[in-house]
Design a binder for this molecule. Structure first.
Ligand code: PSZ
Length: 487
């Protein structure tokens, strides 16, 4: 087939086995340093100003992005905070990385940024080469890539590609649309707008736009008041930890969930809402860092194939190295690539990799004004070079190991306060005993100069950038221990 299908992530292949002890970003602060409580007076003043313009209740503090550097975010009150959360898991190589700051000093990159094209109709001469050299250089065994703006719209358009492919398979490859299809679709009616469905999982998060939201099931606040589809929602495995000690129960959990998937597909096929695709995260992130085994993902792929449903793996949060492999689903050894892999966040541009089968036969079916942004590809190019040159996946594996061992030690020391340490690479989480304790730990860690994230009802999650080093892990673990002691 295509030359790219053989290239399993060249970044991984080129990693030299050396590690470095210097900081990856020169001049990075040596530790957190607090001047005020957080938010401090300047943050509070700006908050009042912003709140008069737009609802801003979720704002935690205002950042000084001139001063933030490497793993440290600096706020407008001069507080230096170790960031293990990184703008909701979306900063790949820390703040103000010199390789990224240089990107727009290059005139070609600057002009690609300034003259932002409608990529679907007037791409620049550089575009095929950039896609090949940048995005396809890390493709997860899929030959095509379509760029988009964000995670939600990547999923949204990928869902459309799955429906379009499903109907093409039903209709026959080169069969034209009927007049009735063309008339009925414009009024949202079948057969042109067919009653198809996608299967997703309880606890999933795939975005907040209308289609993506129909497959998001993590929190009520995301969904209240918004109409949605009657689509099948399957149980996602809920494991007992430590995994090594609960193998039999967890395998039974896999089987139970897979049986439910098959039941649901049959039910929805029968009731006239055939399942055109299955969408799943490699680790359910917003839903609480819920993991499922490689076998679960392998079996799920088999079920998808059996029922002619396509298989979408949403790597918006897990992609770009944080699990120790460039794509988290590489941990699963799937017998063949998924049909679609969506990405955004640390990839800096949104988009999706896809099989040839997921290409619509007609133009303008997956389309919008911008279809991505060449400026973001220029940044991603520099970012991928840095990941490769600095062996950052090796760093993630090494630091992740230290962090996980540290969390397990703390779990043993404070078993009544935290449990269920889990994850891969530096993509790690631990549960607090109660939701209130989780919230309190995050609040107190911030006042100690460490920014953390929560997910699910009572999980604490780590989402450091790929340049998080052992020294940063030490700062985090030491302060986490102090806070656990204080509770
Ligand atoms: O509250 C929110 O809207 C949040 S907090 C974290 C996210 C969204 N993550 C975004 C996300 C994701 O984690 C997965 C697995 N898939 C899709 C999305 C949507 O991406 P964006 O936010 O770029 O639209």
């Amino acid at each position: 087939m295509h030359m790219w299908s053989k290239t399993v992530c060249p970044i991984l292949q080129n990693v030299a086995k050396t590690s470095s002890i210097r900081t990856y970003v020169k001049g990075e602060p040596t530790g957190p340093q607090l001047k005020t409580e957080i938010p401090g007076p300047i943050s509070r003043k700006l908050h009042a100003e912003l709140n008069a313009i737009q609802p801003s209740d979720a704002v935690q503090f205002f950042a000084d992005y001139n001063k933030s550097l490497g793993n440290y975010i600096v706020d407008v009150d001069g507080n230096i905070i170790l960031d293990t959360y990184n703008q909701i898991a979306s900063i790949p190589i820390g703040y103000n990385h010199p390789s990224l700051l240089k990107v727009f000093q290059n005139e070609d990159n600057l002009k690609a940024l300034v003259n932002r094209p409608a990529l679907g109709v007037f791409p620049g001469d550089y575009w095929p080469k950039k896609l090949r050299n940048v995005l396809l250089s890390v493709a997860p065994r899929l030959p095509n890539v379509t760029t988009m703006m964000c995670g939600s719209c990547s999923n949204e358009n990928a869902y459309k590609a799955m429906f379009i492919a499903y109907r093409r398979h039903q209709r026959g490859e080169n069969v034209d649309f009927t007049d009735l299809e063309k008339e009925s679709c414009v009024s949202n009616k079948p057969p042109g707008a067919p009653d198809l469905s996608l299967l997703s999982f309880h606890g999933a998060f795939h975005g907040r736009t209308l289609g993506a939201l129909a497959t998001t099931h993590s929190k009520a606040i995301h969904k209240l008041d918004v109409p949605s589809f009657d689509w099948p929602i399957a149980p996602f495995p809920q494991y007992k930890y430590p995994l090594e000690e609960n193998q039999r129960e967890n395998e039974a959990e896999d089987k139970k969930c897979l049986a439910a998937v098959e039941d649901l597909i049959q039910t929805y096929n029968k009731k006239g809402k055939p399942v055109a695709g299955i969408v799943i995260e490699p680790i359910q992130s917003e839903g609480g860092d819920n993991e499922a085994s490689p076998e679960f993902f392998q079996q799920l792929q088999k079920i998808a194939k059996k029922y002619g449903a396509s298989y979408l793996i949403d790597e918006v949060q897990t992609g770009c190295g944080a699990t120790g492999k460039f794509w988290a689903h590489e941990h699963f050894n799937l017998e063949s690539p998924p049909d679609i892999v969506t990405f955004s966040k640390k990839m800096l541009t949104g988009g999706y990799y896809h099989s040839i089968d997921m290409r619509p036969n007609q133009p303008y079916r997956i389309f919008n004004t911008w279809m991505g942004d060449p400026g973001k590809i220029a940044l991603l190019e520099a970012c991928l070079e840095t990941i490769k040159n600095e062996n950052l996946l090796d760093n993630v594996i090494k630091v992740g190991d230290k962090l996980k061992k540290g969390l397990l030690r703390l779990e043993a020391e404070f078993p009544e306060k935290i449990n269920s340490t889990r994850g891969r690479g530096t993509f790690l989480a631990v549960n607090a005993a109660t939701p209130a304790l989780r919230d309190s730990i995050i609040a107190k860690m911030k006042q100690k100069g460490v920014l953390m994230g929560g997910c699910g009802d009572q999980s604490l999650r780590l989402r450091p950038s790929l340049i998080f080093q052992e020294r940063h892990a030490d700062v985090f673990l030491e302060r986490f221990r102090q806070i656990l002691n204080e509770h």
